[in-house]
Design a protein around this ligand. Structure first.
Ligand code: GLC
Length: 473
């Protein structure tokens, strides 16, 4: 079986969020299970030069973008056994950010069309094209409207995975013919709520739609989570399923991680405490083994549940012996909230505003607990990384958090959870964690976290079953 995995970002070349991690690790897991999987992504100008140096030019073609004909260079690179196709067009991809440009509709129409146009020019005829998020959502639309009956394109199936339903690719209807090159007769595929909606097009046209956890697959049928797409998702519910992401357990391994002060593992966990000392020092906090450290690594935006944190943090810090370490950047409102609270409690709160992967790893390794109270969370990866480093998650029961963390109140779980989006419910979960830390066997919980397995194994097999079932249909 041959799968062409299409994404706007994939590690090691580019990542701005969780999609880059997934597109960098799932294809490897599929290859290990003998599925021919190759990745296709844009060749961004900002990809590091040493990675660009590993790319080999294959050929160039012309890609139609409505009435325009655009150059598309096809480059190939190999990384950890996976072949990547990187599609070059400097007019579209020589920019300082990968998303958020004024002409994103055209840039990703080009990319989505190019994914199909390159097929006769690479020695890889896919059985399945697996698309991800709005940037590649037009590929299933182009395929079913314009390619399905063309020689060389017969019998390709398409899967569309939703990682973030908030960004759908919504534009005015005028882009339909002039920018996307979709004939009027197919307008209904993309029209939704009076606009052109890329993601809706993919939900309509792809053979299967997936999202990154079972709970999120249920949640997005509800308007509270769906950002307006519940109507079409309910209509097309028969093709929707949820498959939990895994993490790259070789890239995130406390036994080999070079960013942390001391390496450790489930078999040999003792040195985790040296990383706690190191973290307390770096963050300017009193170095105390007896005080629990709660870590947060997060984009500082509303859906990460920061309003809950805002609601109770002062009360928590005023009444508890604990330390909080926060790394993230985002909305001014939350950044300034954390700045103020760090100034008020200098011995209890360590704050860094920014995106610093090296420090993130030190937090995963050095903290005792990891707080992730998201309002919505399709899957979430950082709580799984925290577990991998033996750091016990405190999470809200939503999306992938719900599917991977269970409360240890029943004696079995791997974290602390709360249900309602309510600040005092979160406070209660944090206090329960602190109580266990001070009065019970915290080392046993750390050990249980270290032993959790969130590698790709099970989920990669679920994708393979899905692909196989599609080929039989
Ligand atoms: C998005 C989601 C996150 C998920 C990731 C990878 O970033 O917000 O929950 O883990 O995609 O699927």
């Amino acid at each position: 079986m041959k799968v062409l995995y299409a994404a706007s970002e994939a590690l090691p070349f580019m990542a701005s969020g969780g999609l880059g991690d997934v597109a960098g690790s799932l294809p490897q897991a599929l290859r290990k299970r003998l599925i021919g999987c190759r990745v296709v992504m844009p060749l961004y100008d900002t990809i590091r030069q040493e990675l660009k140096d590993t790319m080999k030019f294959i050929t160039h073609i012309c890609v139609p973008v409505a009435w325009r004909r655009q150059y598309c260079g096809i480059f190939e690179a190999k990384y950890n056994g996976v072949i990547y196709y990187l599609l070059d067009n400097q007019y579209y991809f020589k920019r300082d950010t990968i998303n958020g440009q004024y002409d994103d509709a055209e840039r990703f129409a080009f990319f989505s069309r190019a994914i199909l146009e390159i097929i006769p020019h690479i020695d890889f005829k896919p059985d399945i094209i697996h698309c991800n998020d709005w940037q590649t959502a037009l590929t299933p639309v182009y395929y079913s409207a314009m390619y399905a009956n063309s020689p060389g394109y017969e019998n390709i199936k398409t899967v569309f995975t939703i990682h973030n339903i908030q960004y759908q690719g919504i534009y005015g209807k005028e882009v339909l013919e002039d920018v996307l090159g979709i004939p009027q007769e197919h307008a209904s595929l993309l029209e939704y709520d009076g606009c052109v909606n890329f993601m809706k097009g993919a939900i309509e046209c792809a053979n299967k739609v997936t999202t990154v956890s079972q709970s999120y697959a249920d949640e997005i049928l509800d308007p509270w989570y769906s950002h307006g797409l519940d109507g079409i998702l309910n209509e097309r519910r028969y093709k929707l399923s949820g498959i939990l992401n895994g993490i790259d357990v070789l890239g995130y391994d406390p036994e080999t991680d070079k960013s942390i002060r001391a390496n450790y593992s489930a078999e040999n966990p003792a040195d985790k405490k040296l990383n706690k000392e190191d973290l307390q020092q770096i963050m300017g906090l009193p170095v105390r083994a007896d005080v629990p450290v709660i870590g947060m690594v997060s984009r500082l935006v509303a859906h990460k549940g920061l309003d809950l944190v805002k609601g109770i943090l002062d009360e928590l810090l005023a009444t508890s012996e604990m330390q909080l370490v926060v790394l993230g950047s985002g909305d001014y409102e939350y950044e300034s909230f954390f700045r103020e609270i760090a100034a008020k409690y200098p011995d209890k709160v360590g704050l860094r505003i920014g995106f610093i992967p090296d420090l993130a790893r030190k937090i995963y390794a050095g903290a005792d607990m990891f707080l992730m109270p998201s309002k919505s969370e399709p899957c979430g990866l950082s709580h799984m990384v925290a577990l991998r480093y033996g750091t016990v998650p405190i999470v809200r029961e939503t999306g992938g958090l719900r599917d991977s963390i269970s409360d240890c109140g029943d004696g079995e779980g791997n974290g602390f959870t709360f249900k309602s989006y309510n600040a005092h419910d979160m406070l209660d979960a944090i206090r329960r964690a602190l109580t266990v830390y001070y009065n019970y066997d915290w080392a046993a919980l750390t050990q249980r976290a270290l032993e959790c397995d969130y590698s790709w194994g099970r989920s990669a097999n679920t994708y393979i079953r899905l692909y196989k079932a599609m080929l039989k249909e």
